[in-house]
Structures are given as structure tokens and as C-alpha cells.
Design a protein around this ligand. Structure first.
Ligand code: NAX
Ligand code: K
Length: 582
């Protein structure tokens, strides 16, 4: 599990270490310089071609969203330039963008290391203030210092285009809001120049964070220079995991500067003396938990794996109400996702003609009613039209019935107990009662905006995409449900921690992929039905696992090319087997 720490948490962790005389900045700057030296040293053996880009790094720690071939966009270009690297950095040029705080200090100390290794290093000070010791060390090492006020933005752009590497050290965790002038104007112009220069743009390293992103919530309120790599210190920051900012961070490398090892709330309780309640302040809501990312190694502990004593009913039965005669494919895809994720059984409820199609693809499915341990509601079912009332071949009526079980409106004597559910597509328009956390809503941005509008919020799709964590948490608070917002980076929030998953190649954005995801998650909820009711934070974790498995299945089925939704479902068993084996 990757854990992001809010800027307040980072400060609290730093304080005692700095008081104890730990050389945090020296460690950060040294590691940053090593990364730059490694990258620049990987240049082609025939010397620095104009617009040279260093080689692909060996140690990728974390990626943002992936390209169709599973590599972050800019890493692809660098991968092609690997051949003939020679490790010599003498004469290579670095441009440092230096802000007034410790982030600028890290950058200046790193620049001093680079200069001592024979690189030609220029620091542009964006402010009248700069870290004094850092600046002195940089000068002694032979670095050249310019101030933005003296040289102006166009000459910084020229200098950037002549450089091999840029270090963005304008602001770090001390950032508040969008970059202000003159740093904001400089970054805006550099970002535009990068767009024009394309592959000729130098390798760009963000120091701690890409300056200008929302450190704690991942929003992008103003100009940001996209990085090929972010070297971050002590802990990941939420903005490096969350969209849209995570798309600007490139590959993220976490440097250990000596923070205590912490994983999850238990560790924080021990460190801060928190004995009860929520621990962290990441994101926009002080009451909410951390921002995290589930990793492949976490899956085995969460996946409902059968024991020899299990039979199909103890393993969990998934009930799927999806598809209509107009949209029968969604029923096939959702049941396929559920079956291939490995439940005890899948029941399908819907029009007979659709059930027959489901059976053609998945003869394991049972097309009669009966007890279930989770519901998958709504894929391929149209939104309820308030004028016309429920229709859709009776699917709306069936979904309303299932929702009555999920919300507890129906007696548990009738439903057989509390019931987790995946609520997708048309079913999102059928919510009439407050939901438990073990109901998982799975909207895309447009559907989430509509849901929130229905709850009285003035928000559209673009606003949701600009502040996904905020709106996902708002929807959770308003409905009670766990909310999974589908996207290139999927954001999940319920009571407690939020999750930002970047597992899928861009080809996954294809019709029907969400139906498969709903099915996979239905199987996870059925297999751990009692646990999700017991632990209200578990549904979000399982939702993140479903997203991870779905994304990896898409990558496997895609193999760098197009992928059809049914092929994602078909790749699930091999992906799960691999994750359980590792
Ligand atoms: N976490 C760690 O373990 C370590 C952190 N260190 C560095 O220290 C940084 C934090 O340093 P500081 O607290 O000095 O803060 P920063 O250097 O991040 O930024 C603070 C300065 O930027 C200005 N500023 C804030 N928001 C701005 C905006 N929107 N536009 C323009 N200027 C803005 C402020 O006026 C202030 O002068 C970290 O990001 C990291 O780089 C390292 O030195 C040591 C290790
Ligand atoms: K920075």
C-alpha cells in the first residue's frame, strides 16, 4: 500500500528530526542530485544532440496514469534513447528554477553537487529571497546565479531549450494556491514552450512536487510545468497520487530522508499519540482519512480465496440486474466480470431474452431469483425518466426491489441480512434512501455531476474532473455510500481512507469496460459480504482492489493495442492467479 502524507503531516514528521539535528535537506539534495546525474549520465554516447533526452531510469517507483503500452507518455521517448549511454555528465547543462523556501534550498544544494561533477549549472531565482546556505554552497561550487527580475522570462526559455535538464524547485509542501507572479508567469511560459518544443524539451525533474499543484488535494489551479520525474522526500504527497495533478508528476521517486516508517493509521496513532478516531488530514476534509494506493502485493490479503471447506453458497453469490433488450451487452459483460473473478455463483435477473444471451457467453450463470450476498445493479439499464416512470423491461422495478434490501427498507427477514451492492449507470438515478458504506456507487465524472446536482450541488462534469477527491468525498458524505469515480486515475472514497488507482492503460476507456468492473467488484463484495458490513472502511479498499485487477486485466488483454471489454473480463483469472501467487 502506498500512503500519501499531507503537508501538515510532513511538517510534523520533520520537526523532531530537524530539532535533533538530522540533515534532512542535505539528504534530500544529495538524493536529488544522484537522480539527475543518473538521468543525465544516460545520454547517448555520441554526445549531446540538440534536444537530447536522458535515458529511461532503471528504478521506477510509481507511475501516474499509463499510456497504451503501459509506460507513462514521456518515458516512451526516453526508452528509445537508452542505447549508447556513457555516464559522463561533464559539460551537460542544468537549469534550476529556484523559489524562496526550502524547496529552493534543496534545489540549490543539489545544483552544487551537479556543478562539482562538472555540469554547467544555472540557477534562476524567482524571488528576491533564496535559501542563504544553499545559495552560498551553490556559488562556491561554481554555479551561475541569475534573478528573474534581471533577465526576464524569454531568456529563461532560451536557456531552458539549451539545457539537458531542468529542476523545478519553485515551491514544495509550503505552497499555497496557484503559483503567484512572477513564478506563475515564468511557469506558464515554460509550459507553453515545452508544448511547442515537444521531444526537444529537456528532461524535467520536479523537486518534491511539480510546483503549482495542490499538494494535499491534487487540484491544478494555475500553471504547472509537467515533469518527467518527481523526486519526493520523506513521504508521497496526495497530489502525486490524485488526478489531475498526478498526470503532471511523471514517474515518482520517493527518497527516504529518515522519517519513521509508517503504514496506516496504527502507525500514526503510535507516533502522534492518537488513540481513537481518524488520524490524518490529507485532502480537503479534515475529518477524512489518508490518500492511498493499493498495490499488487496487497491483493492476496484482501481477495476472497476459497478454502477446502467452502462450497458455492459459502463463497458468495452475486446477483446481477443489468442490461435490457436494447442493451443486452452490459448484462453479458457484468456477469462475465463477476463469474471470472471467481464467486460461488452468479444469478442474473432480467428479461428472458437477455438471460439467454448471458447463458450463451456464460453457461455458469443461474437465471432465477434466490438469496445473494451482493448485488450488481444498473449496468446497461437506462436512467429513470421522471416523466415516463420506470421502464427498461422491468429492470428498474427489479433494481428498486434490490435497493430496498441494500438500504434496509426491506426487513432483513425478507432479504436474508445486510447486503452490499455495486450501484452503476441507470441504478444511480434510482436512489431514494440513504445508503450504507457497503453500497458502492460507480459513476464516471458526468454521472457523478448529475448525482450531485440532484443533491443540490452546483457542479458539472468539468468541475468534478478538476476536483475529483473533493466531489467523491462530498458524494460519500451526502449519500452514505462508498463512491468510486471511474477515470484514467480512479478515485474511491468512503468512511476513512481514499484510494487513487492508476492501473489501466489508456485503451481501457472503451464501452463496456465499466460493466466488467462492476461485475468484478460484485464478486469481491459477495465473497467478503459479512466483512464489509462489519468494517465500514473495507468496501473502499475492495473497490480499489477491483480497480487494480480490472486495470491489470486490461493491460494484459491490450498488450499495447486495442482492447474489447469482454477480453478484459477474460483476462481476469490469469491476473488474479498471478497476484495470489506473488
Ligand atoms: N519533507 C522533508 O523531509 C524535507 C523537505 N524539504 C523541503 O522543504 C520544502 C518545504 O519548504 P518550505 O516550508 O520552506 O516551503 P516551500 O519551499 O515549499 O515554499 C514556501 C515559500 O514559497 C512561497 N509560496 C507559497 N505558495 C506560493 C505560491 N502559490 N506562489 C508563489 N510562491 C509561493 C512562500 O511565500 C514561501 O516563501 C519541501 O517541499 C522540501 O522540498 C527538505 O529540505 C528536507 C526534507
Ligand atoms: K517543486
Amino acid at each position: 500500500m502506498k500512503d500519501a502524507w499531507s503537508s501538515d503531516e510532513v511538517r510534523k514528521a520533520e520537526e523532531p528530526l530537524i530539532a535533533a539535528g538530522e540533515p534532512l535537506m542535505a539528504r534530500a539534495a544529495y538524493a536529488l542530485a544522484q537522480t539527475v546525474l543518473r538521468e543525465v549520465g544516460a545520454r547517448p554516447a555520441d554526445g549531446r544532440a540538440p534536444g537530447y533526452r536522458p535515458g529511461r531510469p532503471s528504478g521506477t517507483r510509481l507511475r501516474g496514469s499509463l499510456g497504451s503500452d503501459g509506460l507513462p507518455g514521456r518515458a516512451r521517448a526516453r526508452a528509445r534513447r537508452m542505447a549508447g549511454s556513457r555516464g559522463d555528465v561533464r559539460g551537460a547543462q542544468a537549469l534550476l528554477l529556484v523559489g524562496p523556501g526550502n524547496n529552493g534550498g534543496d534545489t540549490l544544494f543539489a545544483g552544487a553537487h551537479l556543478a562539482r561533477r562538472g555540469m554547467r549549472v544555472t540557477a534562476v531565482l524567482a524571488s528576491t529571497r533564496a535559501h542563504e546556505d544553499g545559495l552560498a554552497a551553490f556559488r562556491v561550487a561554481g554555479g551561475k546565479v541569475l534573478t528573474l527580475a534581471d533577465i526576464r522570462v524569454p531568456s529563461v526559455v532560451r536557456s531552458a531549450l539549451e539545457s539537458d535538464v531542468i529542476l523545478d524547485g519553485l515551491v514544495g509542501v509550503g505552497a499555497r494556491g496557484a503559483l503567484r507572479p512572477p513564478a506563475g508567469g515564468l511557469v506558464r511560459t515554460l509550459a507553453e514552450a515545452r508544448e511547442t518544443a515537444g521531444e526537444r524539451w529537456p528532461y524535467t525533474v520536479a523537486v518534491d512536487i511539480p510546483s503549482g499543484i495542490g499538494v494535499d488535494d491534487g487540484v491544478v489551479l494555475g500553471p504547472v510545468l509537467p515533469a518527467d520525474r518527481t523526486v519526493t522526500f520523506g513521504a508521497l504527497k496526495p497530489g502525486l497520487l490524485l488526478p489531475p495533478a498526478a498526470h503532471l508528476a511523471g514517474e515518482v521517486e520517493l527518497i527516504d530522508v529518515g522519517f519513521p516508517p509508517v503504514s496506516g493509521s496504527e502507525g500514526w496513532g503510535a507516533i502522534w499519540g492518537v488513540t481513537t478516531g481518524r488520524h490524518a488530514m490529507a485532502g480537503t476534509d479534515p475529518a477524512a482519512g489518508r490518500v492511498r494506493r493499493v498495490e499488487p502485493a496487497d491483493v492476496a490479503a484482501l481477495w476472497p480465496t476459497p478454502s477446502p471447506h467452502d462450497h458455492k453458497y459459502t463463497r458468495g453469490v452475486v446477483g446481477v440486474i443489468a442490461g435490457t433488450t436494447t442493451y443486452p451487452g452490459a448484462a453479458v459483460l457484468a456477469t462475465s466480470g463477476a463469474v471470472l473473478a471467481g464467486p460461488g455463483m452468479v444469478r442474473y435477473l432480467g428479461p428472458e431474452a437477455v438471460g439467454s444471451r448471458v447463458l450463451l457467453e456464460r453457461p455458469e450463470v443461474v437465471v432465477t431469483g434466490g438469496r445473494v450476498q451482493s448485488w450488481v445493479l444498473g449496468p446497461g439499464v437506462p436512467a429513470v425518466d421522471p416523466e415516463a416512470g420506470p421502464d427498461g423491461d422491468g429492470q428498474a422495478r427489479r433494481i428498486f426491489g434490490a435497493l430496498a434490501a441494500v438500504t434496509g427498507v426491506l426487513s432483513e427477514d425478507v432479504t436474508g441480512g445486510k447486503m452490499p451492492a455495486v450501484i452503476d449507470a441507470g441504478a444511480l438515478t434510482m436512489l431514494e434512501h440513504r445508503l450504507p458504506a457497503w453500497a458502492v456507487l460507480t459513476p464516471h465524472a458526468g454521472e457523478l455531476a448529475e448525482l450531485l446536482q440532484g443533491l443540490g450541488h452546483d457542479v458539472d462534469r468539468a468541475a468534478v474532473e478538476a476536483q475529483p477527491l473533493h466531489w467523491v468525498r462530498t458524494a460519500h458524505q451526502a449519500t452514505g455510500a462508498t463512491v468510486l469515480l471511474k477515470g484514467a486515475i480512479t478515485v474511491v472514497a468512503g468512511p476513512g481512507d481514499a484510494y487513487a488507482q492508476a492501473d489501466a492503460p489508456a485503451w481501457t476507456a472503451t464501452a463496456g469496460a465499466g460493466d466488467v468492473l462492476a461485475g468484478i467488484l460484485g464478486t469481491l463484495l459477495a465473497g467478503r459480504s459479512a466483512d464489509v458490513v462489519e468494517d465500514e472502511t473495507l468496501a473502499a479498499r475492495l473497490a480499489a482492489v477491483a480497480v487494480l485487477v480490472h486495470g491489470r486485466a486490461a493491460a494484459r488483454a491490450s498488450a499495447g493495442g486495442p482492447v474489447a471489454a469482454l477480453e478484459i473480463a477474460r483476462a481476469v483469472p490469469a491476473v488474479v492467479a498471478e497476484l495470489l501467487r506473488d
